[in-house]
Design a protein around this ligand. Structure first.
Ligand SMILES: C[S@@+](CC[C@H](N)C(=O)[O-])C[C@H]1O[C@@H](n2cnc3c(N)ncnc32)[C@H](O)[C@@H]1O
Length: 260
């Protein structure tokens, strides 16, 4: 399945105009560019993922493989898996040299594990869940795939109750598929919990993502536009969009340290 908003990104990647990180940046220090903030975003996720030598790591919705490539450069003896529905992205991601073996899977997020149990140590999904048509299935597959001692870090973009429906419609059409724009954090956590995962931590990165938009689009005009980047900026600036990052573990190893 080709995601249409990736048509331009793939061309820009071929021309070397964009990096292999297809997500907002995390602005935590003075003087950051969008590129260094995007690296900081991946690093923040990876720090929370706590990957150690010898681990098997799956990145679901892996884009051009930027986060997996960072890990590949940092940790030895990994078994990496990149999952995506868009073959064109996988072809870009698999290019170049990899130090650790990588398995590329062309499938939906809910199908990445193919019903296998207890074979993964770490699952990452960075800014991708808003696309997934079967989030409950994704959490169920993840809960089943994680080994004892396993850990998962997943982030997404959500709209709050104050979000202007007209802006949300432009964003969810422009960055589609976005099957559940009305989804809230409570329901997301409930889905994870019902699948057998404990939510150890949730942090909202939205405020620290905001400067990304200065690199990506002009300021928002007063009136609604048909530009999904501008309308996403409008929702972030209005405090009507959040960027939750969740740290999850199998419930039987949470030992009471859970938010739910
Ligand atoms: C905003 S991009 C983030 C890419 C990558 N995680 C990164 O940080 O650079 C969202 C990614 O989710 C992928 N995606 C969309 N729908 C998916 C699905 N149903 N299953 C798996 N991946 C999906 C897209 O193709 C894209 O690579």
């Amino acid at each position: 399945m080709n995601l249409s908003y990736f048509d331009g990104l793939l061309e820009a990647r071929r021309q070397g105009l964009v990096s292999d990180h297809v997500h907002l940046g995390l602005f935590v220090a003075a003087g950051q560019t969008l590129a260094t903030a995007q690296e900081a975003m991946s690093l923040h996720h990876l720090r929370l993922l706590e990957v150690t030598e010898g681990a098997s790591v799956v990145d679901v919705g892996c884009g051009f493989g930027g986060s997996l490539r960072m890990l590949d450069g940092q940790v030895d003896r990994l078994r990496l898996t990149g999952v995506n529905v868009d073959l064109r992205q996988i072809e870009v991601a698999r290019g170049g040299l990899w130090r650790n073996p990588v398995d590329w899977q062309l499938c939906d997020a809910a199908a990445f594990s193919n019903h296998r149990a207890a074979w993964v140590d770490r699952i990452l999904s960075l800014e991708a869940m808003f696309h997934f048509p079967d989030l409950a299935g994704f959490f169920a597959a993840s809960a089943r795939a994680l080994r004892l001692g396993g850990r998962m870090v997943a982030s997404t973009i959500l709209f709050g109750p104050r979000a202007d429906p007209a802006s949300v419609a432009v964003v969810s059409a422009g960055f589609g598929p976005w099957p559940r724009p009305e989804l809230g954090l409570a329901e997301l956590c409930d889905m994870a919990h019902s699948a057998g995962l404990a939510v150890l931590q949730v942090e909202d990165l939205a405020q620290r993502c905001l400067p990304s938009f200065e690199w990506m689009c002009p300021p928002c005009p007063a009136k609604l536009t048909d530009n999904p980047v501008i309308e996403l900026r409008r929702l972030f600036e209005a405090g009507a969009a959040s960027y939750p990052l969740m740290v999850l573990v199998p419930q039987d190893q949470a030992g009471g340290k859970t938010q739910k």
